[in-house]
Design a binder for this molecule. Structure first.
Ligand SMILES: [Zn+2]
Length: 359
């Protein structure tokens, strides 16, 4: 057999990795083994140092050996539709990997080291059993596309991830999201968040992504550890981000911790140093969380734009002259900003009443 760069061996009924592959060890760059019955990756595969592309979706793989890190030229890895329950940490050492598809497996968690991958552009984690997404993904400066749909117990996407500068595409349909981050990255042009039945309000920044079929209001069962808001006219409860401890009304002074977190964040270089060096037991857990996660939102009044951490002035509203049931939300740093925003937008939205319920 002549040496080959690309082998198309999908749909061949292979029960194991074909030994014939070894004849191409010095040349092979791409291999397609989709929809076979292969249960393991053999140790000799990791000597194929020229490999750039592996497509092995729809097989019977239960794990990926840690030797995967030997494939230092790998750029594209598709192991979707297998039986993986986790990923080896060594996979995150693949510094040329641009495309990682692990969708449709049995994965329950992803290590925070994923945020350190140097070239990752597309990450597909759909159809797994993730309950949370590591905040460290937000460290990536290359990630373009993030697919999270069909993780039925995923309740939140960290604001820091949704606000990533590099992100263009985000999908999280049919999850269990309880609220959406109040900020989105400036380059996000595609967001799909259909069928998250617990969502009761959409921050106004999502309006441009909404379509008519978003217009429903589902029954909600909410967990008790969240700050909830009761809508008397709808007999429904709605939820604000987990880090928010206080909804202000009137002209309440901001708390000292809110002031401290804001000034730390505004001094970006100091903030970066703290985020890299702060030991997790160096501060009380909730303060540590607030520092690491960054602001939940920025003041919705664009001329102000202050970061918000633990408290906000919260507004719920509907569109004027619209039969839509969608409730939009916005957060502000002060009653003054809230009033100014509503004055500027009164032709488009009207505020709706609600009663706060503490946990
Ligand atoms: Zn403000």
């Amino acid at each position: 057999m002549n040496p080959q760069y690309i082998l198309h061996w999908s749909y061949r009924d292979f029960r194991e990795f074909p030994n014939e592959l070894l004849e191409h060890i010095d040349t092979l760059e791409e291999i397609y083994l989709k929809e076979n019955f292969i249960p393991t990756l053999p140790p000799w595969l990791f000597q194929f140092v020229h490999l750039k592309f592996i497509q092995i979706s729809g097989n019977l793989l239960q794990n990926i050996p840690s030797d995967i890190s030997e494939l230092t030229n790998l750029e594209h890895l598709d192991v979707s539709k297998n039986q993986l329950i986790d990923l080896p940490k060594e996979i995150y050492d693949l510094n040329k990997l641009q495309y990682l598809n692990v969708s449709d497996n049995e994965i329950t968690s992803v290590d925070k080291a994923i945020g350190d991958m140097k070239s990752l552009e597309t990450l597909n984690l759909e159809k797994n059993h993730l309950t949370e997404i590591p905040l460290e993904i937000s460290r990536s400066t290359t990630l373009n596309e993030l697919f999270l749909s069909d993780n039925n117990n995923l309740t939140e996407i960290p604001t820091k991830i949704m606000a990533m500068q590099s992100l263009r595409v985000m999908e999280a349909e049919r999850c269990r999201l309880e609220y959406l981050p109040g900020m989105v990255g400036i380059n996000l042009s595609h967001i799909r968040i259909f069928n998250n039945p617990r969502l009761t309000h959409y921050p106004t920044v999502y309006e441009k992504f909404l379509r008519l079929h978003y217009d429903y209001w589902s029954e909600n069962v909410v967990s008790a550890d969240l700050l909830m808001i009761f809508l008397p006219d709808e007999s429904k409860r709605t939820i604000v981000p987990r880090q928010v401890e206080k909804i202000c009304s009137g002209n309440n002074p901001n708390s000292l911790s809110e002031y401290c977190l804001r000034s730390l964040y505004e001094s970006r270089s100091l903030y970066e140093i703290v985020c890299v060096k702060l030991p997790s037991d160096g501060l009380p857990k909730n303060v540590f969380q607030n520092v690491m996660c960054g602001p939940i939102c920025r003041c919705g009044y664009s001329e102000c734009n202050k970061p918000l951490f633990t408290e906000c002035h919260f507004s719920l509203m509907k569109k004027n002259h619209s039969p839509s049931h969608i409730i939009f939300s916005n957060m502000f740093c002060s009653e003054t900003c809230r009033t100014k925003w509503h004055d500027d937008h009164k032709a488009k939205y009207h505020p709706i009443g609600w009663i706060q319920q503490f946990h």
